[in-house]
Design a binder for this molecule. Structure first.
Ligand SMILES: Nc1ncnc2c1ncn2[C@@H]1O[C@H](COP(=O)(O)OP(=O)(O)OP(=O)(O)O)[C@@H](O)[C@H]1O
Length: 335
């Protein structure tokens, strides 16, 4: 395994008596891209926020989150903010809410620059314009004078990305960054995130409910259900040879545009919706949290399934995994 810029071990996040996030092990190598995927309510945002040190105040974390050599679990708010500010950028779904409506764009990016570098006013101005051109905002000299409401949704998200990369972070966490945008703009922003990650050797933790988008953007995927990590590995391996029944169902339900044919062909059947909805946090069954909705549940699923480790960093936790993958492995092609 390459050097992991983010390493998670035995992470448990509890609010009250409920465990909202449970991840035994997850690594994000430096400069690589990992997608967190799952239906609405599967715990993506909570996981991403916990990893960013931004879990709600009432959340209790145990385990270990190491960011570029720094342990985050147990740090106080000030120390967390310092490590986060230097090593990590975060962007969210709704750029309008994340920007200050009363402050010009240039000033907002300038504040992000000021937090991380001791530069003169002129140098900062230069840096703001440079960041704006890195995120492909055209006519930056004109845009700096605008307010957030005077920009398009795509431009606003680019401004937030510029602010998030101002410190030159080793990791960018992006929570559904394109959901609020139309399809063409979505593609441009996704392309920008991939380019920035490659050019700057910046790892990307990318949250999405859309497996097709994760496949387009990321090299690795972590599938979450009920706040638990159920399957993870290289994205192509997991999509082509899913083992967990939830991943299989998610692939079957993928409405994804560009990759839908490919995804549907994986299991040789039509796209099908996953029956039922993700239950609220207090209504999951004991044992495998997916078993109430799973067509393949067996008696053993009343216990917690352990993580199985396959070749190529592919791991899953399911007592009755997909048969196709089993046959495929018996062929001796496990890599
Ligand atoms: N502050 C909180 N207190 C208690 N439970 C919470 C809190 N925030 C979220 N949850 C619960 O944690 C679970 C995971 O929520 P989360 O927002 O992480 O899901 P998600 O996969 O990101 O969904 P979406 O795609 O809709 O944002 C849900 O059951 C939610 O009700």
């Amino acid at each position: 395994m390459e050097f992991a810029v983010l390493g998670v071990r035995d992470l448990s996040v509890r609010i009250g008596r409920h465990e909202i996030v449970s991840i035994d092990e997850l690594d994000l190598p430096a400069g690589r891209r990992l997608g967190l995927v799952g239906e609405s309510g599967s715990g993506k945002t909570m996981t991403a926020m916990s990893l960013a040190g931004l879990a709600p105040a009432e959340a209790r974390q145990c385990g270990s989150i190491v960011l570029d050599g720094h342990e985050l679990v147990g740090l106080g708010d000030k120390q967390l903010a310092r490590v986060r500010g230097a090593q990590m950028g975060v962007i969210f779904q709704d750029p309008l809410r994340a920007l200050n409506p009363t402050m010009r764009i240039g000033r907002q990016i300038d504040e992000a620059v000021r937090l991380h570098a001791n530069l003169s006013r002129a140098e900062r101005r230069e840096r703001v314009l440079e960041l704006m051109s890195h995120v492909q905002l055209s006519e930056p000299e004109r845009l700096v004078r605008r307010y957030p409401h005077q920009l398009s949704g795509g431009q606003r998200q680019r401004v937030l990305i510029a602010m998030a990369i101002a410190s030159g972070p080793r990791l960018l966490i992006a929570d559904e960054p394109t959901t609020a945008l139309d399809v063409t703009v979505q593609k441009e922003i996704l392309g920008l995130l991939v380019r920035l990650s490659e050019e700057r050797q910046m790892a990307l933790l990318f949250v999405s409910h859309d497996l097709g988008v994760v496949r387009a953007v990321c090299e690795y995927v972590a599938v979450l259900y009920g706040g638990r990590l159920v399957e993870t590995g290289p994205v192509r391996t997991v999509i082509h040879r899913p083992r967990h029944r939830y991943t299989e169902a998610l692939i079957g339900a993928n409405p994804g545009h560009a990759s839908a044919d490919d995804l549907a062909a994986v299991n040789g059947r039509q796209l099908t919706a996953i029956p039922g909805v993700v239950p609220s946090i207090d209504a999951f069954p004991i044992g495998c949290r997916f078993r109430d909705r799973c067509a393949h549940a067996v008696a053993a699923c009343a216990d917690d399934p352990p993580m199985e480790r396959l070749a190529g960093e592919h791991r899953f936790a399911c007592f009755n995994p997909t048969i196709a993958a089993k046959e495929w492995e018996l062929d001796g092609n496990a890599r």
